[in-house]
Write a protein that binds this ligand. Sequence first.
Ligand code: HPA
Length: 279
Amino acid sequence: MNEITATHVAAAGTAVRQLSPYQPTVGLVLGSGLNALADSIQNPHIIPYEQIPHWPASTVPGHGGRLVIGQLEGQTVLVQQGRAHFYEGYSMSHITLPVRVMRFLGIQTLIVTNAAGGINAAFQPGELMLITDHINFLGIAGHNPLRGPNEDSFGPRFPDMTRPYDLHLRQIALEVAQARGFTLQQGVYGYVAGPSFETPAELRFLRAVGADAVGMSTVPEVVVARHGGMRVVGISSITNKADPDPQPGTTVTHDEVLETGKQIVPNLMALIRGILLRI
Ligand code: HPA
């Protein structure tokens, strides 16, 4: 499906409402290997994606396929356990339908997570990075999720992107990490299509233009969330080094991404809980 319209969003949103009477106020998107986070939701209503019209299913190992709606730290949250990616063959408009549905349901705050390769040499696998800004390589090249006729009920034709990641929520995240005693790196997330990992020359390019981490998700969702006026906080799990000068014999594999992702879950969970407590 190429164009998602207000009709598709209303159909999907109405189905979610019928399946769960909760009124979530915070949306949470879980990236590769971060599935376990959804297990902490209290009194969950679980909605498999197949039950929601037009919802893009994730075909990637390590990504669940359901919404979990319930309580976490006193907030009613809607957790998207598994996301669809552009490299799976979906249109940009289709992979961002879930964020449109969140907005339809009245959600104003979006917490997005992902697995990312650490380009910045100071970042170690197993650390978290607070996203301060992004480079939308696909968007710059023409694959922006807002391409096509603007749906005025979604947002303006030319949305501002001066501050995509909310300063107040970022400050809270930094304070939570400090209070819990773990490192929260900060940096720019470079969005690439994948699914092949980057060559050393591509990583040198990404580093030169200011990317601290690289990944294959998140940015389309953030663009759409900002289009709809939602406030956004983004957190990358640095699952591997994305090394522009790799040692002989080093490789990057999806299994490594999933395994390190799992190890980061406790800190990520603490961060998300801390943020939820304070918003
Ligand atoms: N590159 C792109 N996407 C990723 C990586 C990476 O090294 N690690 C996790 N997601």
